[in-house]
Design a protein around this ligand. Structure first.
Ligand SMILES: CC(C)(COP(=O)(O)OP(=O)(O)OC[C@H]1O[C@@H](n2cnc3c(N)ncnc32)[C@H](O)[C@@H]1OP(=O)(O)O)[C@@H](O)C(=O)NCCC(=O)NCCS
Length: 204
């Protein structure tokens, strides 16, 4: 099923249409899911990101910038840009990582939804998993931790802005209680094509 159609059906109030859209997405999960057995869960920790993690976070991020449409960023980040990004995330807007030993397997962050002070308590989440570790539940671990912290910090809503076609992210957010707000059509030009952006919201 076309992802926009899925999104539109989720918007429908009709329970049957919603159930049909959910089932279609579920079928796509079954087709894409990878085995969840390569990870040593005993060694896994979810914690605040530290400066020493930045090079690995940058590598995970830049892969998506260069090769996929998961982000609307068009330029890879260099060390300086990554450091500035790190400094723009005090405790109220955390960056967390899932790591085994010194290896960062996934990261996520909360950022203000808009720079205006009125939006300070509405945050946007980001979740990125190192490509060899997708489908192992790490995205879920990171998003759960971000939601927990958003609640603890008194934020009001978490918003996700998801580019068209990103079924894994839509599924991840749906599983964590996010509801579809709408689809912005052809708002981002990237890698030679227009992208729609789906907005999902979790009210805390
Ligand atoms: C989206 C992303 C964060 C999900 O993290 P993950 O660790 O792979 O996902 P999880 O293992 O926690 O699974 C989350 C859900 O998505 C589903 N899923 C995972 N990969 C999928 C895929 N390729 N297609 C459809 N569904 C998928 C899982 O089955 C699971 O659903 P379930 O709980 O109903 O079984 C990860 O794939 C990723 O980093 N992608 C690239 C970056 C990106 O798109 N970030 C989000 C930007 S909005």
């Amino acid at each position: 099923m076309d992802l926009n159609l899925y999104a539109l059906e989720l918007l429908a109030r009709d329970k049957l249409a919603r159930a049909r859209a959910e089932a279609a997405l579920h079928a796509s999960v079954a087709r894409h899911a990878t085995p969840r057995d390569g990870l040593d869960r005993r060694a896994l920790t979810v914690r605040d990101a530290a400066e020493a993690d930045l090079a690995q976070i940058t590598a995970i991020w830049n892969h998506e910038v260069l090769w996929t449409d998961a982000t609307t960023d068009t330029e890879p980040r260099n060390a300086r840009a990554e450091r500035e990004w790190f400094e723009r995330h005090p405790a109220l807007y955390p960056i967390v990582v899932a790591a085994t030993g010194g290896a960062v397997l996934a990261f996520g962050s909360l950022s203000p939804y808009r720079p205006k002070p009125a939006f300070a308590r509405t945050v946007e989440d980001s979740v990125y998993v190192e490509r060899r570790h997708r489908g192992e539940g790490l995205g879920g671990l990171i998003l759960s931790e971000l939601i927990r912290r958003a609640r603890a910090h008194g934020h009001r809503s978490v918003l996700a802005r998801i580019t068209s076609g990103n079924r894994a992210s839509m599924r991840l957010h749906t599983r964590h209680g996010f509801r579809l707000v709408g689809v912005e059509q052809q708002v981002a030009m990237r890698r030679g094509g227009w992208l729609d952006v789906t907005i999902m919201q979790l009210r805390l």
